[in-house]
Design a binder for this molecule. Structure first.
Ligand SMILES: Cc1cc2nc3c(=O)[nH]c(=O)nc-3n(C[C@H](O)[C@H](O)[C@H](O)COP(=O)(O)OP(=O)(O)OC[C@H]3O[C@@H](n4cnc5c(N)ncnc54)[C@H](O)[C@@H]3O)c2cc1C
Length: 495
């Protein structure tokens, strides 16, 4: 079972005092009530639960700064939280930590169409950014399926992706700058309002840092003009191999679709029963390929992609005839996770990335794992990116099934690394993949990554227990400064 850092009894004993100190900073924003704290006990990875010691809900950067500075001084751990949709347990609370909820940071601060940027607070939902600019013909490109709920702050922390990231990039390619509060309360600005900034790319370091380096309090994102035309094409195949080959051939032909997603038979059936998107039910694999651009370009690319599908043996092909139909085609894919939730009491969504050409082999070996663990799996992929989302079906009420689902998931992730891929595509490491990090990284790699953490948060108070399988104290990482003959941390063993 998942091991988290042991709770510090001395901190727990000071709970009332900590609540008073935080209430002095945010008088109407501290939650202590046992039942109210349950709301925060897990995120999208619901297999793990732990109510936090306290929740604090600030509204302004200076409040965040005062909270962090106080916790830093008093040695109290802090877990940042956006909307709590993380699928890797990134926002999982700790028994002896303050949960810092960013939901009240919910304002769009500035929109500059000439510079094509929006400045938003981190609690603004992903979709709300697009909604704020769509009347002027603009949108925010990264579109996680959770976009109605997930926050931009969470997107920055997880470097989130979505179906349109194949062409338009992940969060990291669409964020220009952040304001962030460090664990000691210092407020820093990284990046700015343009694509490149002077100095080290610290913004690149912060995007995807899973709440371990600082608390993001403002985000400047790029907004893009909506393409003149966008069309989604559904292409069905008798086998996953043929669909996988089509994906490879489309990319090889120099076409970068706006999105290229794949679903296998169980996922197609679950999504169709839920959303009635018009998916063919007599195929083993379905590709949804979106082409966008000016009308003539879109027509040409649609024909090219359809022809590539036919050469690979597609049995059905249908292009959206209207904007409403295009959105309907996507609605099925975007609702694939909840759709699978209707056919199984529980499911465990994995997230790994592989080189596209290894897809058929990986799927075949996954079938073997499925038989070995006695659990079914439905597959949806960001196929163009090689990002897999196997959904392992299980029933948490049956003893041992969660453990089997976890073991099945770990087998899939090890396989991703074995074929030349990586442990995560977009959901982050969190607690979910933390203990598998050594499969991908050597001890030296991990020690270097942790040195970055130590540079931002030397006391390791921010979101501990996430990402790193073993959290060494920063002093243990070889920082042996001897000043005036006095060795720092003399109690620690040196090797
Ligand atoms: C149904 C469903 C579908 C999903 N589909 C996708 C998808 O298509 N693509 C994708 O990439 N993800 C997807 N996700 C995962 C999830 O929505 C993303 O990881 C999202 O970015 C998390 O945002 P959040 O606001 O919910 O963050 P939380 O879950 O609250 O937190 C996530 C992490 O961010 C940190 N964090 C949050 N806010 C801040 C802040 N202001 N400053 C510093 N750290 C912060 C937390 O500490 C934690 O480590 C999906 C989730 C669900 C439930």
């Amino acid at each position: 079972m998942l091991k988290m850092p042991p709770a510090d009894g001395r901190v727990l004993a000071r709970k009332a005092e900590i609540a008073r100190a935080l209430a002095a900073i945010v008088p109407d924003g501290v939650i202590e009530d046992k039942d109210a704290l349950r709301v925060y006990e897990s995120d999208g990875l619901t297999a793990y639960r732990q109510p936090p010691m306290l929740v604090v809900l600030p509204r302004a950067t200076d409040e965040v700064s005062l909270i962090l500075a106080w916790c830093h001084r008093e040695g109290v751990k802090v877990v940042p939280r956006g909307s709590g949709t993380s699928l890797s347990g990134g926002a999982l609370p700790l028994e002896d930590a303050v949960l810092l909820g960013m939901a009240r940071f919910n304002r769009v601060l500035e929109i500059d169409y000439a510079d094509r940027i929006a400045v938003v607070q981190p609690g603004v939902t992903n979709l709300a950014v697009t909604q704020a600019v769509e009347a002027e013909g603009f949108y925010y490109a990264p579109d996680p399926s959770s976009q109605i709920a997930c926050s931009i702050g969470g997107n920055v922390a997880e470097n989130s992706g979505g179906v349109h990231c194949l062409k338009y990039g992940l969060t990291t390619n669409n964020v220009l700058g952040v304001e962030m509060v460090l664990m000691d309360g210092q407020v820093v600005r990284l990046g700015g309002r343009t694509l490149d900034q002077a100095g080290l790319d610290l913004l690149g370091l912060v995007v995807g840092s899973e709440g371990l380096l600082g608390v993001v309090t403002e985000v400047t994102v790029r907004i893009l003009p909506k393409p003149e035309t966008a069309r989604a094409v559904l292409i069905g195949f008798p086998s996953v191999e043929q669909a996988g080959q089509t994906v490879a051939d489309v990319i090889a032909a120099g076409i970068i679709p706006a999105g290229m997603e794949m679903m296998d038979r169980p996922a197609i059936h679950a999504a169709e029963a839920f959303v009635h998107a018009g998916y063919p039910l007599d195929v083993e694999a379905l590709l949804i390929v979106e082409l966008d651009g000016v009308g003539a370009e879109c027509d040409h690319l649609t024909q090219e992609v359809e022809a590539i599908g036919r050469r690979n043996g597609s049995t059905t092909c249908r292009a959206s005839a209207s904007e409403a139909e295009r959105l309907k085609f996507w609605a099925g894919r975007k609702a694939a996770f909840p759709a699978v939730g209707r056919i199984s009491p529980d499911y465990y969504c994995m997230d790994g990335t592989i080189p596209r050409r290894r897809l058929p082999e990986v799927l075949q070996r996954m079938e073997g794992f499925s038989a070995a663990h006695g659990l079914k799996v439905a597959n949806v992929f960001h196929a163009g990116d090689g990002n897999l989302h196997p959904l392992i079906l299980y029933d948490a009420n049956r003893p041992g099934e969660l453990e089997r689902a976890e073991a099945f998931g770990a087998d899939i992730l090890r396989l991703c690394v074995e074929v030349g891929g990586v442990l995560t595509g977009e959901h982050g490491v969190g607690v979910e993949k933390r203990d598998l990090m050594p499969v991908m990284f050597t001890e030296t790699d991990l020690a270097h990554q942790q040195r970055v953490k130590c540079a931002f948060d030397p006391q390791l108070l921010l979101n501990p227990g996430k990402v790193f399988p073993v959290l060494h104290r920063c002093a243990e990482l070889g920082r042996m400064h001897v000043h005036g003959g006095i060795t720092a941390f003399p109690d620690l063993p040196r090797f």
